[in-house]
Design a binder for this molecule. Structure first.
Ligand code: G6Q
Length: 547
């Protein structure tokens, strides 16, 4: 069979040719068309989202060619396969159904002849009862005290999602305090436990496999901390498990009744919609958790049913592809202008980079083009006082997503207007820059001498032409946060299909899990090890200097 050459397809070649003709065009020039915002923006009224992608280096030809590429890649056809439970994660022979977890219309979805919605609804009901009981005091600690603190012990997909959501929606919190322990570094657990009282603390051990070294080590430490003070009988009131592995949960000593299941069709980094979201439901109340699912569900329908040309995740995916594969942009900045969303870039790093950080295509061949970009970012305006310098003036080309909210949940004086003034002006400055004439004029007006103007001018010119997507929500609510996450999930899905990679396996993560278990005994015993010369000597130093 001939190798599939994506770069030789007419759709790729057309984009390549078009790139050569548009790459030097400045956004200033593109904006000479007065109607650009109308042409290149989308408003979704039911969720209150405005998506403005007019500040991108595209014209109507670019857009047409990108949409042709998406069409030939058959993104919608693959999306339908995903939503209907086909096993599109072929390297693990698994369906990919995080969308079923938020299937609010409840239409049956079958995997291996079984309607998965039945168990999904059962678990949701169990989460509802548990989170209500915890908040009302129906569920008590072993000494009869109400639970005031919930500690989620998990890592990667079993940590980042719920942690980010609890932080983002803490304005709406009605439940106990939530804490997250993920790192195997004892400092993480130590710093959380030192503030807590075992009588009023509940541990949620979140692990899809229930074999992850970090999580099991942390869970054992937590159990020890609890039982030393309250005895073994305390485990049943103070430990909950979220997992797909019932056997391991029981072996650990957690009663099956205290276990919330999910399924192998839920990928770790897509699991916050499942039982892994229990800490969210406890913190915000179950009704808010449902609103969160509903927001994602609205985007699911939008993604499946909207023509490509008006489909927000498709356009986000196409633009990312445009810069990644033609402009050579190796990284992508995500910049939320909301302190509540300060963990969003880190959360998104996992979803995107673990999904599309791949080199092997559908056919099992090494790709000869770039796949997933490096995702990074920080909340505005903090980022402005650190790395924005490089985005504005550095030699790297970095497209940015600016995420903002018209109405923040809180109102503190005029902080929000000041925050959003930065949101608008930074997007504008990145796109349009500051020309030589403008710089000279500004310096002259400021009374700077002619020789100084000459010295300063080259340093003060901003080339601009840095692409910016503006994602502006009317409000930050559980519903809109669910929608925001789903937008990015589907963007990532669409890009995976465009790059022809499996976005749903993670063999790079699995490798780390296996290797850590191999090396551990060598750190405990003084055994001679068979590693390369560098690693061998590092381990020797670790062992001989250990106190
Ligand atoms: C996510 C990855 C990975 C996983 C963690 C934790 O997609 O598979 O981040 O979530 O390694 O795994 P467990 O939930 O099995 O402990």
């Amino acid at each position: 069979m001939n190798k599939f050459e994506l770069k030789n397809t007419p759709q790729w070649q057309n984009l390549e040719k078009h790139y050569l003709s548009i790459r030097k065009t400045h956004l200033r020039e593109l904006f000479e068309n007065e109607n650009r915002f109308n042409t290149f923006s989308i408003r979704e009224n039911n969720l209150g989202i405005t998506f403005d992608y007019s500040k991108n280096i595209i014209n109507s030809d670019t857009f047409k060619l990108l949409m042709e590429f998406v069409k030939t890649a058959m993104v919608n056809e693959y999306a339908k396969k995903m939503f209907s439970g086909e096993k599109i994660n072929w390297t693990e022979k698994r369906a990919v159904l995080h969308t079923a977890l938020r299937n609010r219309s409840n239409t049956p979805i079958c995997v291996d002849g079984k309607n998965v919605m039945i168990e999904i609804n059962e678990v949701l009901n169990k989460m509802k009862k548990f989170s209500n009981d915890l908040r009302s005091g129906e569920w008590l600690g072993v000494t009869g005290k109400k639970i005031t603190d919930v500690v989620n012990i998990g890592i990667g997909g079993s940590d980042l999602g719920p942690k980010m959501v609890c932080e983002a929606l803490k304005y709406y919190a009605v439940g106990p305090n939530v804490h997250f322990v993920s790192n195997i570094d004892g400092a993480d657990m130590y710093e959380v436990l030192k503030k807590l009282n075992p009588e009023t603390t509940l541990f949620i051990v979140a692990s899809k496999t229930f074999t992850t070294l970090e999580t099991i080590t942390n869970a054992l430490t937590a159990r020890n901390w609890l039982t030393v003070k309250l005895g073994d009988k305390a485990v049943k009131n103070h430990f909950i498990a979220l997992s797909t592995n019932t056997k391991k949960v029981i072996e650990f000593g957690i009663d099956e009744k205290n276990m919330f299941i999910f399924w192998d069709f839920v990928g770790g980094r897509y699991s916050l919609w499942s039982a892994i979201g229990l800490s969210i439901a406890c913190y915000l109340g179950f009704d808010k958790f449902v609103e969160f699912l509903e927001g994602a569900s609205c985007i699911d329908s939008h993604f499946l049913n909207t023509p490509y040309e008006k489909n927000i995740p498709i356009i986000m995916a196409a633009l990312g592809f445009w810069y990644n594969n033609f402009f050579g942009a190796s990284s992508y900045a995500v910049l939320p202008y909301s302190q509540y969303l300060h963990k969003f870039p880190v959360y998104l790093q996992q979803v995107d980079m673990e999904s599309n950080g791949k080199t092997v295509n559908f056919e099992g061949d090494r790709v000869d083009y770039e796949t997933g970009p490096i995702i990074w970012g920080e909340s505005g305006t903090n980022g402005q006082h650190s790395f924005y310098q490089l985005i504005h003036h550095g030699t790297k080309f970095i497209p940015c997503d600016f995420i903002g909210f018209v109405n923040p949940p809180e109102r503190v004086g005029d902080h929000h207007e000041k925050l959003m003034a930065n949101y608008f002006v930074q997007g504008e400055a990145l796109a349009f820059g500051l020309s030589k004439d403008e710089v000279i004029e500004n310096l002259r007006k400021a009374g700077v001498s002619l020789p100084d103007i000459k010295v300063l001018t080259p340093h003060k010119i901003f080339e601009g032409n840095k692409p910016v997507n503006s994602i502006l929500f009317d409000e930050l609510t559980p519903k809109t946060l669910g929608a925001l996450i789903a937008l990015y999930e589907h963007k990532i899905f669409a890009q995976g299909i465009m790059w022809r990679v499996n976005s749903f396996d993670q063999w790079g993560v699995e490798l780390g899990k296996v290797l850590a278990n191999i090396i551990l005994p060598e750190l405990k015993a003084q055994a001679d090890n068979k590693h390369d010369n560098s690693t061998k000597n590092l381990i020797k130093i670790f062992n001989s200097h250990k106190k």
